[in-house]
Ligand binder design. Structure first.
Ligand code: CAA
Ligand code: NAI
Length: 703
């Protein structure tokens, strides 16, 4: 019987049980209307003698996906979520939550405010607020430890991971695990059982998992030490530890008050804004226009040409997605090496105990290799990852054109080469697309989907579908030298090299950027990737370089000595005895000094702040050019590229979001100031100038 409803929460009576269904697609987020309606439902239950108990369920695939992230940063509207949770907990009739899908963040906090909890097998429970720069702010930091102890609660809150139904039951987050997929059926059965047993309200605020004070203190001390070491500039993790400590030391209501204060500090931090931007941006990049306009072609098998660094990594990514792979190499020896490159990844996982040897065998059973292109006759999609040389690429695509079935998607993993030219040389340019993976391809999340002029929309849609299957973060890019990422990288790389020649050491530059939030500085990255790759690119571009442009030769001097980085034992840093972490090299500093003298530069000192300003200004300016020339659809596509492919600190949202945070007039003023020294390099992007003139920001172009 329907007893009244306030969309988006429905209420219906089932005997003496009031079923309250949250129905707010797509993920039942706790927007203000949902919060209001939940309070109304509990008030109604308390005031109605016919109601013996309340059952909370979610409609669709999710229980509740959390607070409505779109409301963050806007004026808050009552009732606030902590008050909603308190109201549920205070209900005088038993409240049961039946969780059949994601119960995340505020969603789990609602469930924890219920008196009994039930999970169905597809349930996923978690407190992922840390990933948005927040802490669980609706009682989660107080109720979770009271229910499952400080150690387990801290683990969930600091990692943000999702626990499955079985683990949630084991931890004590839920009281019972039940088979099935209908939360109403399972929830009603459980609620009836509870009523028959005479179960009373049972409030999580009174739960006793914190009774052993010494154990809690040990867990908190350990989490604090670990977090201080690992949080690397993040603001909210230590606040989470503080809040859990309050749960142990303070009465419930005082702990809630402290949690609220810490939550508001997190909410107001620029890190929260950066992380929320990243959350929405990476969902937005997955929706390229072609994915709306066309249906993807089916992909059930994949060919890969080349089994080197990238070919092998891509093979692992494809195999991990459950698809069969056919690898083509030049000769038997290279093919054997290609297979070994793939196996090495799984052997590593077996050695670490992450997978069983049988699992490796099962995956490798889906791998096959050949030195004949004919083996690719029936595959749905081919990814070429051979040497970065136009002649070699043309030869490979001519073979693909000859053997592949009509409709097969033909993709290249080229880093820089002109994909329009590759496509134009074969009879089916409409089937050619760029799939630019990042190294190591089985780990890095970014996939630039490069869209040549004559490709058909369904091929682009297929590329996005493949990204989803491979669990990659796709970004649509246009054709140009380096696409979005490598093109911008080349520019800010030059800024770094200019600073090095002007007086900053590579070690100072690396440290300044690590302090900004990068896991590694640019010279450490160069040593890791191998200086020979950039050297080859510079040689290729030498003929077309503007002869008036500044060209810093320090990197060439190192490469001429065979100092390519870690793989040769030295690059900008020394790596004695195969060390993974380098030490500064006085010989490199001497080479830099000699280059400064050769170029007639009198070295000057740089503050860390100036290093960051110059590096970021170069990145942002070229980012603006890339948007202006429609290589990237929007500034947010540049942001996602840099967060997922180039180590840009996620909590700053990406370079374009960061530019908005600093203010575009300030960035433009910096560029104009730097242009006094080098007007050829520091040319303000027309888009940046235009936005500053209009008083607009990059965010205005993301809509
Ligand atoms: N608020 C608003 N919108 C949300 C949302 C949320 N909490 N969670 C997801 N969405 C939106 C997405 O932006 C997306 O919208 P579009 O279709 O317009 O792009 C849509 O819902 C579907 O999301 P996904 O594509 O991610 O769908 P999925 O099925 O792959 O995953 C999910 C569903 C597991 C719930 C996933 O969306 C997710 O992890 N969401 C975030 C969960 C989260 O972080 N919750 C904590 C919020 S903070 C909080 O609750 C604070 C507090 O304590 C007060
Ligand atoms: P690599 O040198 O490690 O591997 C290339 C492989 O291709 C070798 O195993 C070689 O035997 C094979 N090969 C060459 N010609 C062939 C042919 N005609 N037929 C079959 N196989 C052939 O090179 P890497 O680093 O894997 O690069 C491959 C491509 O990926 C290049 O286009 C590169 O620009 C691009 N790329 C490289 C990245 C990196 O970080 N290494 C990142 C992203 C893209």
């Amino acid at each position: 019987m329907e007893t009244g409803a306030t969309a988006p929460v429905a209420r219906s009576m089932h005997g003496d049980i009031l079923v309250v269904t949250i129905d707010n697609p797509p993920v039942n987020a706790l927007g203000v209307d949902v919060r209001r309606a939940l309070v109304e439902a509990i008030d109604a239950a308390d005031g109605d003698a016919a109601v013996a108990a309340v059952l909370l369920v979610g409609s669709g695939k999710t229980f509740i996906g959390g607070a409505d992230i779109r409301e963050f940063g806007k004026p808050p509207m009552t009732p606030f979520l902590p008050d909603v949770c308190n109201r549920i907990e205070a209900c005088t009739k038993p409240v049961v939550a039946a969780i059949h899908g994601a119960a995340l963040g505020g969603g789990l906090e609602i469930a924890l405010s219920a008196h009994y909890r039930l999970a169905l097998p597809a349930a996923r429970l978690g407190l992922p607020e840390v990933q948005l720069g927040l802490l669980p702010g609706a009682g989660g930091t107080q109720r979770t430890p009271r229910l499952i102890g400080a150690a387990a609660a801290l683990d969930l809150m600091l990692s943000g991971r999702h626990a499955g139904a079985a683990e949630a039951a084991k931890l004590g987050l839920v009281d019972r695990l039940v088979e099935g997929d209908d939360p109403v059926v399972a929830g009603l059965a459980y609620t009836r059982e509870l009523l028959q047993m005479g179960a009373r309200v049972r409030r999580t605020r009174d739960a006793t998992a914190l009774a052993d004070a010494d154990a809690q203190k040990t867990a908190i001390d350990a989490a604090r030490a670990e977090t201080a070491k690992k949080a690397r500039g993040l603001f909210s993790p230590l606040k989470i530890v503080d809040a859990v400590q309050a749960a142990v030391e303070l009465p419930f209501d005082d702990g809630l008050a402290l949690e609220r204060k810490l939550f508001m500090e997190c909410l107001d931090s620029p890190q929260r804004a950066g992380l929320v931007h990243a959350f929405f941006a990476e969902r937005e990049t997955a929706k390229a226009p072609e994915t709306r306009a066309a249906k993807p072609r089916p992909i059930n098998s994949v060919g890969i040409v080349g089994g080197g660094t990238m070919g092998a990594g891509i093979a692992v990514a494809v195999l991990d997605a459950g698809l069969p792979v056919t690898m083509i190499e030049r000769d038997d020896e290279a093919l054997a090496r290609g297979r070994k490159n793939v196996e090495k990844v799984y052997d590593g996982l077996v050695a670490k105990g992450r997978i069983k040897p049988e699992a490796k065998e099962a995956v490798m059973a889906r791998w096959s290799g050949s030195t004949s292109y004919d083996a690719l006759a029936q595959v749905d999609l081919v990814i070429e990852a051979v040497f970065e040389d136009m002649g070699v690429k043309h030869a490979v695509f001519a073979e693909l054109d000859r053997v592949c079935k009509p409709g097969a998607v033909l993709a290249t993993n080229t880093s820089y080469l002109d994909i329009d030219q590759i496509a134009a040389a074969i009879s089916r340019p409409q089937d050619v697309v760029g799939l630019h993976f990042f190294s190591p391809a089985n780990i890095m999340k970014l996939l630039e989907i490069v869209v040549p002029a004559n490709v058909s929309s369904d091929v682009v849609a297929t590329a996005f579908e493949l990204a989803k299957k491979l669990r990659k973060v796709p970004v649509r890019a246009g054709v140009c030298d380096g696409f979005i990422g490598n093109r911008i990288l080349a520019v800010y790389g030059q800024a770094a090299h200019a600073m090095m020649e002007d007086g900053a050491s590579p070690y100072q530059i690396d440290k300044a950027l690590r302090d900004f939030g990068y896991p590694m500085g640019p010279f450490q990255v160069s040593d890791l990737a191998g200086g020979d790759i950039g050297w080859a690119t510079r040689k290729r571009r030498a003929a077309t370089r503007d002869p008036r442009a500044r060209y810093v030769q320090i990197a060439d001097r190192l490469c001429e000595r065979g100092w390519f980085g870690q793989k040769t034992g030295r690059g900008y840093y020394l790596y004695p005895d195969g060390a993974r972490v380098g030490t500064p090299d006085p010989e490199v500093e001497a080479i830099i000094d000699a280059e400064r003298a050769r170029a007639g530069v009198t070295p000057r000192s740089f503050s860390d702040d100036e290093i960051v300003r110059r590096y970021l200004a170069a990145m942002i300016n070229e980012g603006a050019n890339v948007v202006h020339q429609k290589i990237a659809l929007r500034p947010l596509d540049v942001d996602v590229t840099f967060v997922h492919g180039y180590g840009f600190p996620r909590y700053r949202g990406g370079p374009m979001k960061y530019a908005d945070t600093v203010g575009l007039p300030k960035i433009l003023a910096d560029i104009r100031e730097f242009a006094n020294e080098d007007p050829i390099f520091w040319q303000p992007s027309p888009l940046l100038v235009e936005l500053v003139e209009q008083g607009a920001d990059f965010a205005s172009l993301n809509k």
